[in-house]
Design a protein around this ligand. Structure first.
Ligand SMILES: [Ca+2]
Ligand SMILES: [Ca+2]
Ligand SMILES: [Ca+2]
Length: 360
């Protein structure tokens, strides 16, 4: 409107432009996080101002496509904001670390194995924040052929160098098996007076130890009878073998031995025979005869010696008396003597003259 109160009106457009770029500020929130933890609210990681005015950060401004809390490493989170004229962008880098040691899961009870048996490692697994399979690392060795206790150690480490708590267990190699006795013979027969020696005997065992046969019982080789011998054995782990027994029969199959006289022998008269026998009792011509008796009378004899086992030695012999020739000589001598006597008696008494008349 002018001085004359004339009015004028017109319409025009003014382009309002914003040339001020929004400002995104990294609030330096915690950027290193433990593997497997929950993703934080990344909207709290940034602030935005535009034309000095605060802008509320919303999740749709964020690019979370790289977020991976389950992998050790880094990922970026990017925020983009546009005020319609100017666009601002900012990124942060998140670092995911694993500081948690893996955990070994194993049956860590001690293991017992019979000597000579087979040792098998127990089932073992490792759990860790990282999903990758981590192996159990066994160390230590087991010698199943030697008694003893062997300690096995199990370790595990994750890819970040965290070591699990070590687990140990013992493997006991034991011998609970009794040894076995092997004797080379059944019952044994020994002639009385001979020597007795133990039969060959051995002991086998899971252990390679040389184990002795332990013989119990005794044998009197001078007395007929049956003697039981028992064999025992024990291994170094105090396992006792089943005992083995056998009998030793001391027998007398030998006839008595007679000295001083021989069978079927004629001894000259006046021979003196000291007769001995090593065992038993004797009769001479049916009469009891003592050992060591000196026999000096003539005659025909039968000596019978019988031992305790009824073994018999019979000896027949003779000690000579006068021979038949001597007897004849004596008889004819006697006859001649008598005849001579009669002759002289007859001659001297004149009977002979009477019988034979004298020729005058
Ligand atoms: Ca770990
Ligand atoms: Ca044994
Ligand atoms: Ca005998």
């Amino acid at each position: 409107m002018d001085e004359a109160n004339n009015t004028f009106s017109d319409t025009f457009f003014v382009d309002v432009v914003d040339t001020t770029t929004p400002v995104i500020t990294d609030l330096n929130q915690q950027s290193t996080m433990e593997l497997g933890s929950t993703a934080p609210d990344f909207t709290s990681y940034f602030s935005i101002t535009d034309n000095s005015l605060p802008i509320t950060v919303t999740s749709d401004m964020l690019d979370l496509s790289e977020v991976d809390m389950d992998t050790v490493g880094t990922f970026d989170v990017t925020i983009t904001y546009s005020d319609g004229f100017q666009q601002a962008m900012e990124s942060i880098t998140m670092t995911i670390i694993d500081t948690t040691a893996p955990v070994i899961q194993i049956n860590d009870d001690d293991i017992t194995i019979e000597l000579g048996g087979t040792y098998t490692q127990p089932a073992c697994s490792v759990t860790d924040l990282s999903a990758s399979g981590i192996a159990c690392q066994f160390s230590g060795s087991v010698h199943t052929d030697a008694l003893g206790t062997y300690t096995i150690t199990v370790n595990a480490s994750d890819a970040s160098g965290n070591d699990a708590t070590v687990i140990t267990y013992d493997v006991h190699v034991v011998d609970t098996t009794a040894p076995v006795i092997v004797v080379s013979t059944d019952d044994i027969t020994v002639e009385m007076g001979d020597s007795y020696t133990h039969p060959v005997c051995s002991v086998t065992d899971l252990s390679d130890d040389t184990l002795p046969c332990v013989f119990g019982g005794s044998v009197d080789v001078n007395t007929v009878g049956t003697y039981t011998i028992t064999v025992n054995a024990t291994d170094d782990s105090d396992n006792v073998a089943t005992s083995v027994s056998f009998d030793v029969h001391v027998v007398d199959t030998t006839a008595p031995v007679v000295s001083g006289v021989e069978d079927d022998t004629v001894y000259p008269r006046k021979t003196e025979l000291e007769i001995n026998f090593n065992e038993g009792t004797a009769t001479l011509n049916g009469e009891a005869f003592a050992n060591g008796t000196v026999l000096d009378r003539r005659g025909e004899f039968t000596l019978v010696v019988t031992d305790a086992a009824n073994n018999v030695t019979t000896i027949q012999f003779e000690i000579e008396g006068f021979g038949f020739g001597v007897v004849l000589l004596i008889v004819f001598g006697f006859i001649a003597l008598v005849a001579g006597g009669v002759f002289f008696y007859i001659k001297k008494s004149g009977i002979l003259k009477t019988i034979v008349p004298t020729v005058e």
